[in-house]
Every structure is written in structure tokens, then in C-alpha cells.
Design a protein around this ligand. Sequence first.
Ligand code: AP5
Length: 213
Amino acid sequence: MRIIIMGPQGAGKGTQAAKLEEETGATHIETGDLVREEINQGTELGEKIQEYNERGELVPDEIIIDMTKPYLDENDSWILDGFPRNKEQAQALDEMLDEIGEDLDRVVVLEAPDDVLVERLSGRRQSEATGEVYHIEHDPPPEEGSEEDPGPFVQREDDTEEAIRNRLETYHEQTEPLKDYYEEKGILVTIDATQDIDEVTENVLQAVGEKDS
Ligand code: AP5
């Protein structure tokens, strides 16, 4: 299985890719996570890309392509979340697939209007211990003090209003045009991401052929 989950910030790419990984065993490769790991480890590369991440700008193509390639080479079956984000990255991915004689199975696009996305990102919280992502209203974490309590929680540094606005603008300008690119290849499926998380999951599973429609 070789799938791309695409969509604007907050549409639920990470949420759905994690569920798909659980359901299918394909590896969830999230380029945003790779970026944050590098920054948290304080490497030279991490220092170089930190400002892009905090401002909500794309990390330069050659860096993100070099960071992503080993994970694609390592795994036969993957769900790619956050890559590609522009034409150059899409072409680089095509070249990588050509090298191994494989094709993409599906590109699943999660769609939601910007005002819904801003509300979701403002309510997003991540467990420091497990990395699990929650939403204070739509997907609350287990009760504080309970046995499963995964707290404490953090808010991402790029979930400020200014960075969110920047990220959405970049998405509409650079990433959204990729829908035409994949539509022409006949592998694009669009899903209404304003539905409940479980309903979106049902639709995603159907889109990738893991469930009958
Ligand atoms: P990245 O981490 O990929 O951030 P993003 O694209 O901004 O995406 P998000 O993680 O914000 O959104 P999501 O759709 O995954 O939402 P989630 O599932 O968490 O990238 C970060 C940075 O890294 C970039 O800005 C850039 O600098 C760099 N980078 C990464 N890839 C790059 C590339 N290819 N090229 C260059 N630079 C790159 O859901 C959001 C919230 O909503 C959660 O709280 C969730 O619980 C809730 N939620 C989800 N679904 C629903 C639902 N159906 N109903 C109600 N609530 C929901």
C-alpha cells in the first residue's frame, strides 16, 4: 500500500493516518514529525529548519526530500502525511517510485473550510509522553488523574494564530494545485473532513479499498 493523505492544516491528516496505520499495518510517515524531531534533538539541521517551522513556512525542498527518502526506501507499505507539498516534491516522489518500479495507489484529500481548521488547531493538544494527538472538545484525552491519563499536554509552537494563517496560505498556493496533478493520474479521492472523526475514518478506509462502500 502506497498512499498519500493530503489536506490543509487541521483537516485531520495525522489523526486519520494513525488510524489507517493501525488498521492496515502500513507505516505512517509524517514529515512534520521528522522536522520536529530534528529540532528537538538540537542537531545542526534542526537549528537550520527551526525558523521555517515556527513561522509556518515550508522547509526547503532539497532538505525535506533528503529527510523523507530513507523512510520511503525502508518501507514497502506506507501512508505519507505532509509530503509532497508542492510540484517539485511531487516530481521528486515520482522519481523515487520510478527507481523502484512502483506506483502510488491513492491520494486521499481531506477537505474542510479554513474557519473549521483554525478552531481545530487552536484546540489541539499533544501528550508529551505518548505523542498522541487530542482535541479539547472533539477528541478529549482520558480524564485527568485516571489510570490512562496521558498528560501533561503541550500545544505545538506553530499553532499560533499567525503561523496557522501562514500555513493555510501556503497550502492554498502551493499544495492545493497538486489535486489536479493527481486527478490527472486518476488516483485522487476527496473526502469531507468536517464529519466526525469516525465517519471520516470510514470514508478513508473505503477510499483505499480496506472497506466496502
Ligand atoms: P505538519 O506537522 O505536517 O503540520 P501541518 O501540515 O500544519 O498539519 P497539521 O499536523 O497541523 O494538521 P493535520 O491535518 O495532521 O491535523 P490533526 O490530525 O493533528 O508540518 C509542520 C511543519 O513542518 C510545516 O509547517 C513545515 O515547516 C514543515 N514541513 C512538513 N512537511 C513538509 C514538506 N513536505 N515540505 C516542506 N516543509 C514541510 O488534527 C488537528 C486537530 O483537529 C486535532 O486536535 C484533532 O484531534 C482534531 N480533529 C481531527 N479530525 C477531526 C474531526 N473530523 N472532527 C473534529 N476534530 C478533528
